[in-house]
Design a protein around this ligand. Structure first.
Ligand code: C2E
Ligand code: CA
Ligand code: CA
Length: 462
């Protein structure tokens, strides 16, 4: 088709500003319109609302049903979104097929809520396009001028922020922007900056807590516990949560591992079978080349993979079980040991336990803490030990704090201990002094005044 010069420029304008499938104006054009609307309101006209709309699983439709169904569906969705609009409202579409609505001259904000409710009701009916029944859910975020912002771009950003809150729900929903959403986002940004600067300044460091053999009383290894830099503005919990959410936790994990392996290398002149045990987060498991990154560090520091253990929790399996198991096998192939942390607190353990390449179960601190006073906790500890031993695995009791707990754990045949009774987590220098220390004498049952075999057995439910 030949186009005249003016026809060509009209076509170019069309391509640059309108969506090819739906014919709707694009994001640039709607920003212009919002801008204009805001200027009119500034002249004491009625409020405007900006809506950001996301249709969940829309992209999946293209993959499952093909382009034709996808395009037909997109046009049907457009019609639904247009139905309830008045002539001076505008509907637009963005590059990711997200929709925007600008509602002008609002005499009553309930018009916005009614529109949202009607759209959601229409989505709940489901769609029938090209002989396919397709169900989709919709999320809507709303910002209102002059209540929320007085700038077109910011108004759009706030409606997007509200949209992200609406999208946290599984079903269709709408959400008006609230100031506290903004505060939360701002604070998250500040925490993220604080984390990056701490990371770049090397402000994180390791502490080490000995893992003690129940028979010999010797230190077999250390759990590596990350210590966060002192920070007055944010709590450690906030920082840790932000590190998980931003994925920064994996850089921290790798730094922690490298620091620990460098210390381990020096310690091995005192005990060459000593190992360190590093905590891995669920996020670490999602990083595609995590095993390779770990292998590179082990190789660079020149220690044997056999001297490295990783502590994982059942949360690593929540996202993708086959992937998690593959990562575990790859870590085992490096020679590393795997410890299942906080054992007993999750729920999937029994089903997967026998198929997981895990060497050691760490009995959660909560069971150890209460086992002396609570018969049911003692029974749980006893059962975990029985289960582990039947599957050919060993057990570490975490959070051992009292002599009574040790007497009972000895009695139940627990293999390894860790807790304040032996040592709190300490810095590398202090850990050096613990390597040659033995608790053998202290662990001989006679050393405890409280030893009473019958009561202990009875409490453990034997
Ligand atoms: P966790 O892996 O279960 O670590 C054991 C926690 O129990 C540690 O707390 C340790 O200091 C504490 N603990 C040890 N013995 C006793 C005891 O006898 N009594 C009591 N009450 N507590 C004891 P911490 O160092 O505050 O670590 C908390 C959690 O933070 C860890 O729980 C682990 O989930 C996480 N974490 C620590 N370091 C790292 C790391 O390098 N990477 C990752 N991803 N997570 C880490
Ligand atoms: Ca741990
Ligand atoms: Ca633990």
């Amino acid at each position: 088709m030949l186009l005249t010069k003016s026809g060509l420029s009209r076509r170019l304008y069309q391509l640059a500003n309108y969506d090819a499938i739906t014919g709707l104006p694009n994001r640039t054009l709607i920003i212009d319109r919002i801008h204009h609307a805001v200027e009119i309101v500034a002249k004491k006209e009625l409020p405007v609302a900006v809506l950001s709309i996301s249709v969940k699983r829309l992209q999946n439709v293209a993959e499952i049903y093909g382009a034709k169904v996808y395009e037909a569906l997109l046009r049907t969705v457009t019609k639904v979104l247009q139905t309830e609009l008045r002539e001076f409202d505008s509907l637009a579409i963005g590059a990711q097929k997200e929709f925007y609505v600008l509602m002008e001259r609002l005499t009553d904000v309930s018009r916005v809520t009614n529109y949202c409710k009607d759209v959601i009701a229409a989505f709940e009916q489901g769609f029938h396009v090209l002989d396919q029944d397709i169900s989709l859910s919709v999320s809507i975020g709303v910002a209102v001028y002059p209540d929320d912002e007085n700038d077109a771009i910011k108004l759009l950003q706030l409606s997007n922020l509200a949209l992200h809150h609406a999208m946290l729900r599984n079903d269709s929903s709408y959400q008006f922007f609230k100031q506290e959403m903004n505060n939360r986002v701002q604070r998250a940004g500040e925490i993220e900056r604080a984390l990056y600067s701490a990371l770049n300044q090397g402000a994180f460091y390791n502490h080490y807590q000995p893992i003690v053999d129940s028979k010999s009383g010797n230190v077999l290894g250390f759990e590596v516990l990350l210590r966060w830099p002192q920070c007055v503005e944010y709590s450690v919990e906030e920082l840790a949560r932000a590190a998980e959410q931003t994925g920064l936790i994996t850089r921290l994990t790798l730094q922690t591992l490298e620091r620990a392996l460098l210390e381990l290398k020096a310690w091995q002149s005192l005990n060459n079978s000593l190992y360190v045990s590093v905590n891995l987060s669920a996020h670490d498991f999602q990083v595609p080349n995590i095993v390779q990154l770990i292998a590179e560090i082990i190789e660079r520091v020149e220690v044997s993979g056999h001297c490295v253990a990783f502590e994982i929790t059942e949360s690593v399996m929540l996202a993708d079980i086959p992937h998690a198991i593959a990562v575990m096998h790859a870590l085992k192939a490096l020679g590393c040991r795997l410890l299942m942390d906080d054992f007993g607190t999750g729920y999937a353990s029994l089903t997967y336990l026998q198929s997981l390449p895990v060497d050691v179960l760490k009995i959660d601190r909560s069971f150890v803490a209460d086992m002396v006073a609570s018969n049911s906790h003692a029974v749980i500890v006893r059962s975990i030990l029985g289960l582990a031993h039947n599957l050919g695995k060993r057990c570490i009791a975490e959070g051992v704090e009292t002599a009574e707990q040790i007497v009972m754990l000895q009695e139940l045949g627990c293999d390894l201990y860790q807790g304040y009774w032996f040592s709190e987590p300490v810095c590398g220098d202090e850990a050096t002094n613990l390597i040659t220390r033995s608790w053998k004498q202290a662990l001989s049952l006679k050393a405890f005044d409280h030893n009473d075999d019958n009561t202990m057995s009875a409490r453990a439910g034997s």
